[in-house]
Design a protein around this ligand. Structure first.
Ligand SMILES: Cc1cc2nc3c(=O)[nH]c(=O)nc-3n(C[C@H](O)[C@H](O)[C@H](O)COP(=O)(O)O)c2cc1C
Length: 401
């Protein structure tokens, strides 16, 4: 590793995360589900798209800035919410600071390990993410807490169907990080002294609780307690989505859209933005890569809601490709988690810098002055690349259910 911890690509951040983290923590970050078909397709699909650069007439200065749900950001890359687990002692606060320093939005998972108040203090441009879990009263209390803390937007994630099992084996994650649990994990932990040292310096052990699911100061449920509540909650209907949007009353993103009939229903429910997402391949395996589904969704609802994409973004040219196919911005998950594991807050800033540099280079080569000029003409799209899901259903009546 270089002395100052700087790395040149997200692939290198991933290698360092793997070296630095205990095996089970690295496995929890890699996640994926079943055979890993979706996880792999999310990144492989970006490699199938070519770029069509110009040779002269380039612009000396390029504008990468945009807005998402009313927030001005310096580059079209947002932090996607992730339950960060035990990657780094500063967890989501470090990520939020890095995002603020690089001029972008922090997405905070309701399964995060840090209180929303601390995260908003680190980055006022925070969107709070919610699952449909628990009673309506509990859901409203969580929203109220996030609003009172100053969160500027709500992300509701609905694309989860409790898939379980991975062909490569699931990581062992303890219910609580007690000393006994640490001892059980010790053979993995002992071989990862840098990770252990980072925690030892803070005199704290990794926290596997979810403080944003209760009132400030109350005992937080464990990750597995929260997961149990979620599993037992009857799934949300489209009427519930409209109810959530009304209760929040501000900028509202529905995350997890694959199909154009769902995208149209989201428009009917009054959302501000949708994220074309398959949860990074962690959910229903064999869902196509998000970049394959984006063009059909953009064509169906692009004029009516803001569209972001998440899944498989590892370099700036991936961001350019997503924007060229109709996304306003992208969200990243694993890329910043690996950066955080590799070098804390500086590692997340490093990842955002890599994506900014790569995007700027693509915009330059493609002959544009701004990211808003990117379009399908900038790409080489192989025949059969795109996937359109839910087209037949989209033309039928769409009653709210
Ligand atoms: C370890 C891990 C935890 C995640 N936790 C959440 C979560 O709590 N809420 C959520 O909406 N999405 C969650 N996601 C999904 C991400 O927000 C995002 O959709 C996905 O990571 C994008 O794919 P990428 O990792 O290839 O960038 C998680 C993803 C990972 C890898």
């Amino acid at each position: 590793m270089s002395r100052n911890g700087w790395f040149e690509t997200v692939a290198e951040a991933q290698r360092r995360a793997k070296r630095r983290l205990p095996r089970s923590v690295y496995g929890a970050l890699l996640a994926g589900s079943e055979k890993g078909v979706t996880y792999r397709d999310n990144t492989a699909a970006f490699s199938e798209l070519g770029l069509a650069p110009h040779v002269a007439g380039h612009h000396a200065v390029r504008d990468l800035s945009t807005t998402v749900m009313g927030e001005s950001i310096s580059l079209p890359v947002l932090i996607s919410p992730t339950g960060v687990q035990a990657v780094h002692p500063d967890g989501e606060v470090a990520v939020a600071r890095a995002a603020a320093n690089r001029g972008t939005i922090m997405g905070l998972s309701s399964y995060a390990s840090k209180p929303v108040e601390e995260v908003v203090a680190a980055n006022p441009q925070t969107f709070f993410q919610l699952y449909w879990s628990g009673s309506r009263d509990a859901i409203v209390r969580r929203m109220d807490r996030a609003r009172a803390a100053g969160a500027r937007g709500l992300i509701v994630t609905l694309d989860w169907s409790f898939s379980n099992g991975r062909d490569w084996g699931s990581p062992a994650i303890p219910e609580r990080m007690t000393l006994k649990a640490m001892a059980t994990l010790s053979p993995q932990v002992i071989t990862r002294p840098q990770w252990l040292l980072a925690y030892a310096r803070t005199l704290r052990i990794p926290d596997l609780t979810t403080p944003n699911l209760t009132e400030p100061g109350q005992d937080a449920p464990t990750f597995f307690g929260a997961y149990g509540e979620w599993m037992q909650t009857p799934p949300a209907t489209w009427a519930d989505v409209a109810w959530l949007r009304e209760q929040w009353g501000g900028p509202f993103m529905l995350k997890g859209i694959s199909r154009i009939d769902d995208a149209k229903r989201a428009v009917d429910a009054g959302v501000t933005a949708i994220s074309v997402s398959n949860h990074g391949g962690n959910n229903l395996d064999s869902t196509p890569a998000t970049i394959r589904m984006l063009p059909s969704v953009a064509e169906a609802v692009g004029g009516q809601v803001e569209i972001v994409l998440d899944g498989g973004i590892r370099r700036g040219s991936d961001v350019a490709k997503a924007l060229a196919l109709g996304a306003r911005a992208v969200m990243i998950g694993r890329a910043y988690l690996w950066g955080l594991a590799a070098n804390g807050q500086a590692g997340v800033e490093n990842v955002l810098d890599i994506l900014r540099g790569g995007l700027d280079s693509a915009v330059l080569g493609l002959g544009h002055a701004s990211i808003h000029e990117l379009g399908p003409d900038d790409l080489v799209i192989p025949p059969g690349f795109t996937r359109t899901l839910g087209a037949a259903a989209a033309v039928k009546n769409r009653p709210l259910r």
